[in-house]
Ligand binder design. Structure first.
Ligand SMILES: Cc1cc2nc3c(=O)[nH]c(=O)nc-3n(C[C@H](O)[C@H](O)[C@H](O)COP(=O)(O)OP(=O)(O)OC[C@H]3O[C@@H](n4cnc5c(N)ncnc54)[C@H](O)[C@@H]3O)c2cc1C
Length: 418
């Protein structure tokens, strides 16, 4: 077991592995040691993107993230989505772009991404230590003493890549924040993000489990719209999931944690205005055949959604012929169909969250290098920072970009052997 390192990287997830590779490529003579508390490396990469790993997006901008967007923009510019594509190509992994803009390995297997990263680490002869949980870091000029579960490592520079708290069984349990708080950093309040939401059991969601369709979701906090987005909603046995819910979840979770009044409103007809829906009802009413509300809704919604939604709206209305609806009833019905409050009672929490909202404020690092402004020689990267992206490969892009900056800049602090 090495007792000395030029650069110690704590956490061998996406950001830590990227940092290690870029550090070694910048200066091949450095002793680079990666320490990870987990038994095996890369659990989160392997399960990401449904086992396919959504590596990046065809267009990544700061507006795809929450946090200090000015600083996020500066970081992303230094290692953008094209750099990611070229980098993976250099590692032997071709990526392909899906219609949604998401990029995946051509193999459609997350394992290709993890294997390419680990193979490169091996080629670059760095030391990767699993089951080395770091318990404390002491800063002393000119370096650090890292106390871990198997002893002590002395390092000249330290890159912290311990992630947030999402999916703690993978090893990312928030313990890294305590380590750097002792070194003088602060942590904002943190909450699960990109997380499915649980609905009250009296709602009709469980009857729709497995169905997904396009909707608009609006989050109202204290009667103000804080977020509105269109996308696919997935009904589940516990409530709702799917990209639009995952992206909206952080607003509901944060407002609830701050004891604010929050409502999530569902619009099942994202392509149509109130007027267009009204005309649709009027036209249907003018046709012979006495079409019911339920059967009309089924023209534009999955049948099971039309059935349960119309039964929920008002007893008896689902089987009412549309030509018998009074104007005011029709208006109320359309208003409800486009503004249905979802009875959210909670999120599924850290065990189901894809990322962490909150973390180390970006103002505490130098965005050109990811070096701490508080502790020289300490670098902070990846999900442990106060930056979270939406669904679509943005969080990995953040991990690669911050890993690139920290790894290459930490390595530049040592004299070149070339
Ligand atoms: C189910 C799921 C699917 C996802 N899918 C995607 C996707 O397709 N695309 C996308 O962009 N993002 C996705 N994400 C988010 C993405 O995986 C994360 O944002 C990214 O992995 C964060 O990388 P990281 O290196 O900062 O942290 P992590 O990957 O969390 O790595 C942190 C590492 O630090 C180690 N560690 C923690 N504390 C210590 C300690 N004290 N001592 C030693 N080691 C420690 C942990 O064991 C872990 O290996 C997904 C997340 C989840 C949970």
């Amino acid at each position: 077991m090495p007792q000395q390192a030029d650069i110690a990287i704590i956490g061998a997830g996406a950001a830590g592995l990227a940092a290690a590779i870029f550090a070694a490529e910048t200066n091949s003579s450095l002793r680079i040691v990666l320490l990870d508390g987990a038994k095996t490396i890369g659990a989160k990469i392997l399960i990401s993107g449904g086992g396919r790993c959504n590596v990046t997006n065809q267009k990544v901008t700061a507006s795809d993230f929450h946090g200090n967007r000015k600083i996020i923009d500066r970081i992303l510019r230094r290692f953008n989505e094209l750099a990611t594509i070229q980098w993976f190509d250099s590692l032997g992994v071709s990526l392909h772009t899906e219609i949604t803009g998401k990029l995946f390995p051509v193999s459609n297997k997350a394992r290709s991404i993890l294997d390419a990263l680990l193979d490169r680490c091996q080629q670059l002869s760095m030391t990767l230590l699993t089951q080395h949980h770091v318990q404390s870091i002491i800063h002393h000029e000119p370096g650090f003493s890292i106390q871990h579960s198997q002893g002590i490592l002395q390092a000249r520079q330290v890159i912290m890549a311990t992630g947030g708290r999402s999916l703690p069984k993978t090893g990312s349990n928030g313990s890294g924040w305590a380590l750097i708080q002792h070194l003088g950093h602060t942590i904002t309040s943190t909450s699960p993000a990109l997380v499915p939401l649980v609905l009250d059991a009296s709602f009709f969601h469980s009857a729709l489990s497995g169905i997904s369709h396009e909707v608009i979701l609006t989050t109202r906090v204290n009667n103000h719209i804080t977020d509105r987005r269109t996308g696919s909603l997935l009904w589940t046995h516990f409530g709702v999931s799917g990209p639009v819910v995952l992206d909206a979840s952080r607003f509901w979770v944060q407002a609830t944690e701050q004891s604010q009044d929050v409502q999530l409103l569902l619009n099942c007809f994202p392509q149509y205005s109130h007027k267009e829906i009204d005309n649709w009802f009027i036209q249907a009413a003018s046709l012979p055949g006495r079409q019911t509300v339920q059967s009309l809704l089924a023209e534009r919604l999955p049948t099971r959604v039309a059935t349960h939604l119309s039964q929920f709206l008002e007893p008896g209305i689902s089987h009412t012929p549309v030509n018998l609806l009074q104007k005011n009833v029709r208006n109320t019905l359309i208003h409800t169909l486009t503004n249905l409050p979802l009875p959210v009672i909670g999120s599924r929490g850290w065990n189901f969250a894809e990322v962490t909202a909150g973390g180390v404020p970006l103002k505490e690092i130098n965005p050109s290098t990811m070096e701490s402004k508080t502790v020289p020689g300490l670098y902070l990267i990846g999900e442990m920072l106060d930056c979270d992206g939406r669904i679509g490969g943005f969080n990995f892009q953040w991990a690669w970009a911050t890993g690139y900056l920290a790894g290459s800049n930490a390595a530049l602090q040592f004299p070149s052997t070339m």
